[in-house]
Design a protein around this ligand. Structure first.
Ligand code: TXA
Ligand code: MG
Length: 346
C-alpha cells in the first residue's frame, strides 16, 4: 500500500520533520517515493541503485531508453558524478538554481545506475526550488533520480491526488506538499557544447536564459517533426488525455462550428480555453485553463485541466492556441504532444 505523508511546506526545520525523515529512510532503503517540486511531482529513487531505478521505470511503465533527471540539494554533490562543469553551466546555476532548469553535463562513469542515465555518457541534473523536495534530498543525502510521477504517457501530476490516480499501490509512498507552482516541467538545456541548446522548453524561458548567457539554440526536433530529438523522452506521445485532442487555430466562431459538427454526430465535446473566453463556447465541458493575459497561470493549470477531461468522459477535445513566447513555448510544446500534433486551421 502507498503511504501518504502530508507535509506543510511553510513550516521551519523540515529536515527534522518526522514525515520527511520517514520518507528519506525509505529512499535510503531503495524504495520509490513521490515528492513535490516547484514544477510537477517527481517519482524519486536512489540514483546510484539499479534496484531503486528499476522500480521507477516499473511503476511508471516507462521505456528504458528514456533517461531520468538527477535531483540534488547542494551543488557540491555534482563532483561525485559530473565529469566537467563548464563556465556557462556555472553561470546558469548561479542564475537559476534552485529552480526549473535541468542541465546536461558530461558524466563521470561508474557512480550512477546505468539504468538512470539509459547508458548515455551525459547526465541531466537539477536542484528543485521546493522546501519539501530540498529537505528530503538533504535528509537522505543521495542523488535522487526522479521523472514526473505519472503513468508513462499520461499528463504529469501537479498534486498528490494526481500521483495516486496513476500510481496508488505501485509505489512506497507520496509526500503531499500541496499543489506545485510552475505546473510544467523544467527546461532541459544541454551544456556540453559551446552554445547551450534547449532540448525541452519548460519553467525557465529562452528569453530568461539568453539574458544570462547570450545566444541559446533550440533543438531542431522542437520545431521540425521529422528531426530526431536529442532528449530521448521528447520522441514519445505524452501528456495525453484519453479523448483525441485537436489544436484549433482560428476564431471562437470557427471553433464553435467544430463543436457543433461533433455534437451533431452525438459526441460529447470538451473545450480547453482560458477564463477570459469560457463564455464564448457552448459545449459539453468548457474548461478555463488559467488566464491568457498571464501565461504562468495557464501553465499552472494545464495538467489538471487535461486530467479533468478524462474524469468527465468527453469524446473529443478542442484546444485554443497560445503564443509561443515566454512560458507559452512550454505550454504549446505540451499541448502539441498531447494532441499528437493534430491541428485544425481556419
Ligand atoms: O520538472 C521536471 O524536470 C520534472 C521534476 C520531477 O523534476 N522531471 C521530469 O522528468 O520532467 P522526466 O523524466 O519526465 O523528463 C526528463 C527529460 C526527458 O525528456 C529525458 O529524455 C531528458 O529529460 N533527459 C534526461 N537525461 C538526458 C540526457 N542525458 N540527455 C538528453 N536528455 C535527457
Ligand atoms: Mg515526464
Amino acid at each position: 500500500n502507498t503511504k501518504v505523508w502530508k507535509v506543510d511546506k511553510y513550516v521551519d526545520n523540515l529536515e527534522n520533520n518526522p514525515q520527511v525523515v520517514d520518507a528519506a529512510d525509505l529512499l535510503r532503503r531503495n524504495e520509490v517515493v513521490a515528492l513535490p517540486t516547484e514544477t510537477v511531482y517527481g517519482l524519486g529513487g536512489n540514483a546510484e541503485s539499479d534496484e531503486a531505478v528499476a522500480k521507477i521505470y516499473e511503476a511508471k511503465g516507462r521505456p528504458g531508453d528514456n533517461p531520468l533527471i538527477i535531483h540534488i540539494a547542494e551543488r557540491e554533490q555534482l563532483t561525485r558524478f559530473v565529469a566537467e562543469v563548464p563556465v556557462m553551466a556555472e553561470t546558469l546555476m548561479d542564475a537559476f538554481w534552485p529552480g526549473p532548469l535541468t542541465i546536461i553535463f558530461k558524466m563521470k562513469e561508474g557512480v550512477l545506475s546505468e539504468k538512470a542515465t539509459a547508458g548515455l555518457e551525459t547526465v541531466a541534473v537539477r536542484m528543485p526550488d521546493h522546501p519539501v523536495a530540498l529537505s528530503l534530498l538533504k535528509t537522505c543525502g543521495l542523488p535522487i533520480a526522479a521523472p514526473s510521477a505519472n503513468s508513462s504517457g499520461k499528463p504529469s501530476p501537479t498534486t498528490a491526488e494526481h500521483v495516486l490516480e496513476d500510481l496508488n499501490g505501485k509505489i512506497a509512498g507520496v509526500v503531499d506538499g500541496g499543489a506545485t507552482g510552475v505546473g510544467v516541467e523544467s527546461t532541459v538545456v544541454d551544456c556540453t557544447a559551446a552554445i547551450p541548446v534547449i532540448l525541452r522548453p519548460g519553467g525557465v524561458t529562452k528569453e530568461q536564459l539568453e539574458a544570462v548567457v547570450g545566444e541559446v539554440h533550440v533543438d531542431a526536433a522542437l520545431t521540425d517533426e521529422t528531426a530526431r530529438p536529442k532528449a530521448p523522452g521528447m520522441k514519445y506521445r505524452h501528456y495525453a488525455p484519453n479523448a483525441p485532442l485537436f489544436m484549433v487555430s482560428g476564431s471562437a466562431a470557427f471553433l464553435q462550428g467544430l463543436i457543433e459538427e461533433k455534437r451533431a454526430e452525438g459526441l460529447r465535446v470538451g473545450v480547453l480555453t482560458t477564463e477570459e473566453n469560457v463564455s464564448k463556447y457552448e459545449a459539453d465541458l468548457v474548461l478555463g485553463c488559467g488566464r491568457r493575459a498571464e501565461l504562468e497561470t495557464v501553465a499552472a493549470a494545464l495538467y489538471d485541466t487535461l486530467r479533468r477531461f478524462n474524469q468527465e468522459n468527453v469524446d473529443v477535445i478542442f484546444s485554443e492556441m497560445f503564443p509561443s513566447t515566454g512560458v507559452g513555448s512550454a505550454i504549446m510544446n505540451r499541448l502539441q504532444k498531447a494532441a499528437g500534433n493534430k491541428l485544425i486551421i481556419e
